[in-house]
Structures are given as C-alpha cells and as structure tokens.
Design a protein around this ligand. Structure first.
Ligand code: UDP
Length: 322
C-alpha cells in the first residue's frame, strides 16, 4: 500500500517512515527540510520502496503529484517548537493553517481516502488540574502572546479536518501528541529533554525555566509511532480526536534531577526566569497530562517506555562514544 508522510524528514516523521517501511508499505515523504533533515532519513533513502520529494505542503501542484495513488496520508508537516513559534508566528500560522487547508483539499481531489492529522496537546492551552480528555474545553491566552498561535492554528486544523470527515470528503483522524521524545529530536527549538541531556553530557548547567514545578509526560517516539500506525488501521478511530502520550507525569525540576542521576552528570541545575528566555509576558503551560483512555480503547495500546530508559537511549544517540 502506498502512503505519504508530510514532514517525514522531521523527528517523529522519520521514525514513522522507518516503521512503515519495515512493515512493507511504499512510502513517499514530502518535506521542505525547514526543521527536518535528510540525515534523519539516511536508512530510508536506501530502501527501494521509499521516495523523497523536497517541497512544501503549500505547493498545490507538487502536492497533487505527491499524493497520487496514496491510500493514506500522515500529515505531520508543521511549524513546531516553542522557540520557533514565539519568534515567528507568521510562519507558524501560514504553515499550519494554510498548509493543512491545502493538504486536505488536494487529498480529497486526488482520491486519498484517509488522512491522519497531527495536532498537539498545545490545543488544550492553559487549562489546569486534571488530565486532559478529548472533549474538554480549550483555554488560550491573549493574542498578543505569540505562543498561542500554535495551539490556535492546530485547533483550526482540527475543526477543518473533522469537517472533511463529516462531509464525507475524506476519512480523518486528529492525533494530539503530548511531548514526544527520543533519538533525533533537536533541542534547537526549545524542546526540554534533548536540551537537558546535551547539557548533562557536556557538564553545562541544566536550564530549568521558571520554578520547575510545571508538569509534563514524556512519550517515547517509537511508542508514538506504534500507536499512530494502529490508529491508521482502526476504522472506529476515523472522525475522532485522540490524545497520544505517556500517562506518567513528572515535574520539570524532577526531570532535570533524573537526567543528572541517570547520566551520572556533575552539572548543576540552574533556574532561569521565563522572561530571560522567551521575553516579557511569556506564559508557560503548568500542567499537561493526557487522559489516554480513548487511545487504549481504540488500539489496545498504551505507551509504556519509562523515562529513564528514554534518557539513556537519547544520550547514547547524542554521544555514541560514551
Ligand atoms: N523547559 C525548561 N528548560 C529548557 C527547555 C524547556 O525548563 O531548556 C521547560 C519549558 O518551559 C516547559 C517544559 O520544559 O515547561 C517543556 O518544554 P518543551 O518546549 O519541551 O515542550 P512544551 O512546552 O511544548 O510542553
């Protein structure tokens, strides 16, 4: 079966591509290499069932050629990373909203049947208290805080993709990723785990933003890929919004301590005010934990890889000699 992965040269995309190829799919990737890299696809590029096309999801003509014959599309192309989003909300909105609009429109005309649209826990915004479940209200901050451009753009993508489903133009699933981590993730755009690991390995201070009490869950990328493929094969998942993440919460301060301990690092932990990193008025999300009951019910699968194991795997990929 032929599938297309937009954003397939990125962190999650490249792991998905490898697994799809291992399961004998014919895979085409469309990626503009803005944050992804061909290095991520080095093993896929040797596979005769793999095809790479460099270009943007905003390019309608290229997109029609790319999608021809694809039964399923995994739409992962997006502007990501808090650093990038805060710095460039214009690209964020254009890539995420116009890109998804173009993708859905072209896919529906090209005879694609199924589209999985990657969304994000960022859509829950700053709701607080209990694990987020798919029917919850979304709570965004003020529009002059550019961070919210990402969550709002993804919320719009979700509504659009669900409308394509309800109008029988395509079968769509929305997958809300919660802090996916693993080998090949770059810390360049702000992601905390690759940054802490790099800092710990080079004996630099681990930079905890704010007081470190903020809560996240970290899901191993190979677990996320397994869940994603199972969802794509699950008829009842179409037309739904599904959380995908690990259910085990950890505070960022505790994560810094765990990275230090797991890697036997002598780095200090340094607390840095948010304003020094992201400018005045930046709002962090203090609590972000998924309710993954729906994922479990649909796929029978729960991401399980423990965080210390993930830390070791990422560390050995960042620093293969140690
Ligand atoms: N964070 C941190 N130090 C860093 C990078 C991030 O303390 O060097 C914090 C960040 O403020 C947030 C959490 O770690 O509270 C997760 O950040 P990330 O950008 O990885 O993901 P997101 O904020 O989208 O959950």
């Amino acid at each position: 079966m032929k599938v297309t992965v937009t954003g397939g040269a990125g962190f999650i995309g490249s792991h998905l591509v490898e697994e799809l190829l291992a399961r004998d799919y014919n895979v085409t990737v469309l990626d503009n290499l803005s944050t992804g890299s061909l290095k991520n696809l080095s093993s896929a590029l040797k596979n005769p069932h793999f095809n790479f096309i460099e270009g943007s999801v905003l390019d309608e003509v290229l997109l029609s050629e790319t999608l021809k014959g694809s039964e399923t599309v995994f739409h992962l192309a997006a502007s990501v990373g808090v650093r990038r989003i805060v710095d460039d909300p214009i690209t964020t909105i254009r890539t995420n909203v116009v890109g998804t609009d173009t993708l859905l429109s072209v896919a529906s005309k090209c005879g694609c049947r199924r589209v999985l649209v990657a969304s994000s826990s960022e859509v829950y915004g700053k709701s607080f208290g209990t694990p987020f479940s798919e029917e919850d209200d979304l709570l965004f901050g003020a529009t002059h805080k550019s961070r919210w451009s990402y969550g709002i753009s993804k919320a719009l993508d979700e509504i659009l993709a669900l409308a394509y489903h309800s109008k029988n133009l395509l079968m769509t699933i929305i997958v809300r990723f919660f802090n996916i981590v693993g080998e090949r993730q770059t810390g360049e755009y702000g992601m905390v785990l690759p940054r802490f690991i790099k800092q710990a390995l080079s004996r630099e201070p681990l930079t905890v933003y704010g007081n470190g009490e903020q809560v996240r869950t970290f899901c191993y990328v190979k677990d996320a890929v397994e869940a994603l493929i199972r969802l794509s094969l699950c008829e009842q998942a179409y037309g739904k919004v599904v959380n995908l993440g690990s259910p085990y919460p950890i505070r960022i301060r505790e994560l810094a301590e765990l990275v230090k301990k797991t890697l036997s690092s002598s780095s200090e932990i340094r607390f840095i005010p948010y304003e020094d990193v992201y400018g005045v008025g930046f709002e962090d999300i203090l609590y972000r934990v998924p309710d993954i009951t729906l994922l479990k019910n649909l796929t029978g699968y729960t991401p399980q890889t423990p965080i210390d194991k993930i830390i070791l795997r990422v560390a050995s990929s960042q620093n293969p000699v140690e």
